[in-house]
Design a protein around this ligand. Structure first.
Ligand code: ATP
Ligand code: MG
Length: 588
């Protein structure tokens, strides 16, 4: 994953929240209005209580009717405030969930459109956690920012106003609570931030560790590395536990106790001020009662807010990360409208590197005619798969051009491009779906087309033996199938779209000789009807190609038919063929 941009996470988080909220801004305003009402109702209780004390209790003036009225008023306003608040919490919860669902969709959508180069350096675990965990943390942020903070702000401001109306000097004493809380939070943040960051980092490592060990379970068990892995995990786990304990210590000292202490200090201050002024007869007992209950109400939401502060901090960081991911530029969507009709390919002086300065392909010049079957051979790491990746438009090409039917590849309409160019990759990738879904890949293809493609790929026979035929679920990554079978399905998938250009990367590497013959026959049947570019290690599979390009260190060093290349006695191709003959690999 790239380093986090240095921009302020809080600002990023706020921007993300606002973007996701915008469609529901009205709901937020309504919520705010109701919260204000709830706040006002909340302050009404003690105010009525004050009237009760000062007018009837202290003067010992039992006007029963009014007294009952006041008590009922206190009760009703309290109930109404609670009810309103609950109702708003539910509303905000819904709002938060909808917004998070929106964010998650956006993020996933965005990730699908990132350029391939991004994934070369990204870690899968980290990306998965962006899309799921981090967006979930954003939900907490919503509930906390929108509800707890909003409610707290509303409450504190309404209470301060009410207090000012009752007695502004006492209000000033109570108001010192706000900066005091801010100081406690600042100190807390200072003390806990390193532990919080560390425990987060360690949690990431723990997750990655589990994911890795599950992914490589077969290797782990076969090499007897389980015990070492377990020990490494235990060490990580303990470090995580220590970081959490340090965090907890900061929480335990600073949050609840420190804030409770502040609340008590405030009460003492108010009672003292009251006591000092009481002999002058300027204060009523009811005011004291109202203030005491108001102080309780101000401290409670502030305490709630601060105890959730570490959670809030984490959520802000998570939201900032999600927002940073959303800022990653997408792969440019080709705007061109050019079409592929024949399938002629031209590389002109094309060079390419994954990382700057590290040329993987150099000055490739190659013309492939429509309907030609071109074999590509060469040592490992020579750049064969890279050639195919460029043909698939997975990376931008800058020095030199690559064109199909005379149009630079990036000028070709996206949909046309994806139907016209099909790939059978080096490691077949299957989705956790049925055979049918894996061949169709969401394209609207009829059952006949699918079956014809499967037959052409030589996959029909083994599919027929599966328990539910074409409707058999294949498990995650096609884990129920042998590698060769996965490859056959990948071939069927490529053929099903009736492409103009078919790219095969070691398409028959894992297939037995008999099935391979069948696939080669199917390909031979397609010969001339579409352009085929086939990368092969086993040279026999491309022996019948019209031409064979030999790639070495990113350059095309030889080009010609099998017979022509064999004539060159010192040629790389001939050497490779002879080596394979000697090792018995060449079955053709
Ligand atoms: P093989 O026969 O083993 O499949 P290949 O000819 O297909 O090899 P490529 O996969 O094209 O080789 O790789 C060519 C070079 O580019 C290699 O040196 C490889 O390390 C490098 N390379 C391949 N993919 C990437 C990538 N995504 N990021 C950086 N370098 C890469
Ligand atoms: Mg390769």
């Amino acid at each position: 994953m790239r380093p986090e941009p240095a921009r302020d996470p809080a600002r990023r988080a706020a921007r993300l929240l606002w973007q996701a909220l915008r469609p529901e801004a009205r709901n937020v305003w309504i919520c705010l209005a109701w919260l204000l009402t709830a706040g006002a109702l909340d302050t009404l209780g003690p105010a009525l209580g004050k009237a009760f004390i000062d007018r009837y209790l202290v003067p010992r003036d039992p006007a029963l009717g009014t007294m009952v009225g006041l008590v009922v008023g206190v009760f009703v306003s309290g109930c109404a405030a609670t009810w309103l608040r609950h109702f708003q919490l539910v509303r905000l919860g819904g709002l938060a969930m909808r917004s998070v669902a929106r964010i998650r969709d956006t993020v996933h959508h965005h990730v699908l459109r990132l350029p391939m180069a991004y994934f070369d350096s990204a870690s899968t675990g980290a990306l998965v956690s962006r899309v799921t965990n981090d967006t979930e943390a954003v939900r907490l942020l919503y509930v906390q920012v929108l509800f707890v903070m909003l409610d707290c702000l509303v409450m504190v401001s309404v209470l301060l106003v009410t207090m000012a109306l009752l007695d502004w000097r006492l209000m000033l004493i109570a108001a010192t609570l706000v900066p005091a809380v801010l100081i406690v939070v600042a100190v807390y943040r200072r003390l806990s931030a390193p532990a919080v960051a560390r425990s987060r980092e360690l949690r990431g490592q723990l997750n990655a560790h589990v994911a890795e060990s599950i992914g490589g379970m077969a290797v782990l068990q076969a090499t007897g590395a389980s015990a070492r892995y377990a020990a490494r995990y235990a060490a990580l786990n303990e470090a995580h536990w220590r970081a959490r304990v340090a965090e907890l210590r900061a929480n335990a000292w600073l949050l609840r106790p420190a804030l409770d202490l502040l609340g008590v200090a405030m009460l003492i201050g108010i009672i003292m001020a009251f006591g000092l002024r009481a002999p002058q007869g300027t204060l009523e007992v009811g005011v004291l009662y109202a203030f005491v209950s108001y102080i309780g109400r101000v401290t409670e939401p502030l305490i709630q807010l601060t105890t959730q502060f570490s959670q809030l901090q984490q959520s802000v960081v998570a939201a900032a990360r999600v927002s940073a991911l959303l800022d990653e530029p997408r792969a440019p969507q080709p705007a061109g409208l050019a079409r592929i009709t024949a399938g002629a390919i031209r590389f002109s002086d094309l060079s390419f590197c994954y990382t700057p300065g590290n040329l993987v392909l150099q000055a490739i010049r190659l013309d492939i005619a429509p309907g030609e079957f071109l074999g590509i051979v060469g040592p490992t790491g020579s750049g064969k798969s890279t050639l195919l990746a460029l043909l698939l438009r997975l990376y931008p090409v800058s020095p030199g051009t690559l064109s199909i039917d005379g149009h630079p590849v990036h000028d070709i309409d996206e949909e046309t491009f994806r139907t016209a160019v099909a790939l059978v990759p080096q490691d077949p990738f299957l989705l956790a779906g049925t055979v049918r879904e894996n061949i169709a890949m969401g394209r609207p293809l009829s059952a006949e087309t699918l079956e014809a493609a499967a037959r052409a790929a030589g996959a029909h026979d083994f599919i027929a033996t599966l328990p539910n035929g074409y409707d058999t679920p294949l498990g995650e990554g096609g884990s129920r199938l042998a590698t060769g079978e996965k490859q056959l399905i990948a071939i069927a998938r490529a053929l099903a779209g009736d492409p103009r250009i078919l790219l095969l990367d070691e398409a028959t590497a894992h297939i037995d000789t008999a099935t391979e013959q069948q696939v080669l026959q199917s390909l031979a049947a397609l010969r001339g009807r579409l352009t085929i570019v086939s990368v092969a290690h086993r040279l026999a599979t491309v022996r019948d190609a019209h031409r064979i390009a030999v790639v070495n260190h990113g350059r095309i060093v030889e080009l010609g038919s099998h017979d022509a290349l064999m004539e060159n006695e010192s040629g790389l191709y001939r050497r490779m063929v002879e080596l394979q003959r000697l090792s018995g690999l060449d079955t053709g």
